[in-house]
Design a protein around this ligand. Sequence first.
Ligand SMILES: NC(=O)c1ccc[n+]([C@@H]2O[C@H](COP(=O)([O-])OP(=O)(O)OC[C@H]3O[C@@H](n4cnc5c(N)ncnc54)[C@H](O)[C@@H]3O)[C@@H](O)[C@H]2O)c1
Length: 262
Amino acid sequence: MNVNLENKVAIITGAAGGIGRGMALMFAQNGATIVIADINEEKGRATAAEIQALGGKAAFIKTNVAEIAEAQALAAQTVEQFGKIDILINNAGINIGMKERGPIHEFPDETWLKIIQVDLDGVYYCSKAALQNMTQNRYGKIINIASIAGAVPLRNQCAFTAAKGGVIQLTRAMAIELAPYGVNVNVILPGSINIPAMNSSGGMYADGRYASIMSHIPLKRPGTPEDIAYGALYLASDAASYVTGSQLVIDGGWTCGFARDW
Ligand SMILES: NC(=O)c1ccc[n+]([C@@H]2O[C@H](COP(=O)([O-])OP(=O)(O)OC[C@H]3O[C@@H](n4cnc5c(N)ncnc54)[C@H](O)[C@@H]3O)[C@@H](O)[C@H]2O)c1
């Protein structure tokens, strides 16, 4: 799939690794200038260098999306360095590991706050900051990365579920507010996507859990960062100019219904 993103400037939060890195590489291959915004400086700089080594254009700006001042600095530095912001992908996100999960009455308050601050507040802060430029330009594509958990709750993950549900509804609110300004806002709901952390100790696919997770997925495989990146590339393209406020589910069929018979 090829999309002409020449002369487009794209900020991708959380692009140091995982799904964000996959999107950064694909958007760069299609001509976009990529600003990688992440708290992980070492991996963020490595992803920027990887893109440059492949002939693409990329910069790293260290950013904690949960801090409004850092989100504002990210937008300001991007405009200063590259002149404008065409695309913002709000991808940075955190969740808790398998061992920390539990029901709401046992859920640590500080964990609730941290997840809401990064996964929900971060989307609000970065969007608001980038929109100063996008609304002036009467052009913008905002793509939020939520989760199927935002549509179908996952047990023992109340903060992640609530944050991602909030991101889906925030997307819809932004879409109707920003349509007059030429800014399209859409959300992707990934299912289970294979990133390195999934396979390390305590990860979702470790300790014999892989087969159990796959038993819920009709397509019987985890998604890849590229599966998500293709969806984002479509939403960032002119082909999606009439698409706003929509939810693109990329989950191998997981949330269609039960993938088991009994
Ligand atoms: N992998 C999956 O199965 C899956 C499923 C559903 C949704 N998602 C969502 O996809 C997005 C990307 O996750 P991933 O799976 O690639 O995980 P990941 O951990 O590989 O990537 C997340 C990135 O966000 C960065 N980050 C964390 N906190 C940050 C902060 N405060 N400010 C800036 N950057 C920060 C991390 O350093 C990391 O590079 C997340 O929003 C996640 O919730 C992932």
